[in-house]
Write a protein that binds this ligand. Structure first.
Ligand SMILES: [Zn+2]
Length: 325
């Protein structure tokens, strides 16, 4: 029996398997290298790119405990078969497919995106009996604009501000989102200055056929004429006396009216590395599971929506499990 439980990561108590545990475990599967999905495990299974990112983030000692598994290859863990499928979220991100010796299967998505990106492998969707899906943007109001529109918004924000002698500063998370932004800026042939954490991940992208454009190291004294890309946390280091500039946060939360005020930026550009509401619904149809469990974000609302659509679906968040009683 594969019964998923949320306990600071996904746990399958019947077979003792942990996925994306946030506390160190003797063995865990790590879906991708974002810090809320990794820990200093004694041993862990991940794609080779994820292990390389973990080497940069957590050091060589932790990375050496990683067991590399390429997409599609089978790893036998006791009586369980484990396979990783591209999740389309960031480079190396994986959905975890688990199959028992009785033939029952479970797919855990981790963070995922169904739309093609410029800096991540395209998603590949297997079918499974049980689906555990992240539902960060699981409400009907979350419908992202087309990729063409999003790319155009980012490029024109930069071009217009450069023309008006304003430095465009883009705030983007250093792993994944920032590289997607760099590839979009490359298409617009824009000169780029990037923070060192972003630049530290870029060579790994080159090794996996997603070569990044040339970037100059971030230099607060010489930003004029450049598009500046930095993680949101670096913003507080911007000196008070820099030339005129405009700051944009790059986030799927741009769809919420309040986002601009929450991030305290001039604008929010709607580029996301997650699936939006229609993408989530379409994904469930593709996997065609018997039961769907939801993690993160609007779990209760989306579970109710899916049930109205004739799908058995439940939230894995504790308050919602009362529904099952
Ligand atoms: Zn993530």
């Amino acid at each position: 029996m594969l019964t998923p439980v949320e306990r600071g990561g996904l746990h399958l108590p019947d077979c003792g398997l942990w996925m994306d545990a946030r506390r160190p475990k003797p063995f865990a599967v790590v879906s991708h290298a974002h810090s809320d999905h990794t820990a200093r495990h004694k041993s862990f299974l991940a794609t080779p790119a994820t292990i390389e990112f973990i080497r940069i983030r957590l050091g060589d000692a932790v990375a050496r405990r990683g067991i590399p598994l390429v997409y599609g290859e089978v790893y036998q863990h006791g009586s369980l078969k484990i396979q990783l499928f591209p999740a389309g979220h960031i480079l190396g991100s994986a959905m975890v497919y688990v199959e028992t010796d009785k033939g029952e299967s479970l797919l855990y998505t981790g963070d995922f995106k169904t739309r093609p990106g410029l800096a991540a492998e395209a998603i590949k969707v297997p079918q499974a009996d049980i689906l555990v899906m992240e539902s960060t943007f699981g409400r009907p109001e979350f419908v992202f604009p087309s990729l063409e529109v999003v790319h155009e918004k980012i490029i024109s924000f930069c071009r217009e501000n450069l023309r008006e002698k304003q430095i465009p500063i883009l705030l983007a998370y250093s792993l994944g989102k920032a590289q997607e932004v760099l590839k979009i800026l490359e298409r617009g042939a824009l000169p780029i200055m990037a923070h060192r954490t972003i630049r530290s991940f870029n060579p790994i992208y080159g090794q996996y056929e997603f070569a990044m454009p040339e970037t100059r190291p971030l230099d607060f004294d010489n930003m004029e004429g450049q598009v500046v890309v930095m993680p949101p946390t670096v913003r507080k280091q911007i000196p008070r006396k820099i030339p005129p500039h405009k700051i944009a946060m790059v986030s799927g939360w741009a769809l919420q009216e309040s986002a601009r005020f929450r991030y305290r930026t001039h604008t929010v550009l709607p580029l996301s590395d997650h699936a939006d509401y229609p993408d989530l619904l379409g994904f469930v149809e593709q996997v065609n599971p018997r039961t769907t469990y939801l993690m993160h974000g609007s779990t209760t609302a989306l579970a109710a929506d899916l049930r109205r659509r004739g799908r058995e679906a439940w939230s894995l968040i504790r308050a919602d499990q009362l529904e099952l009683l």
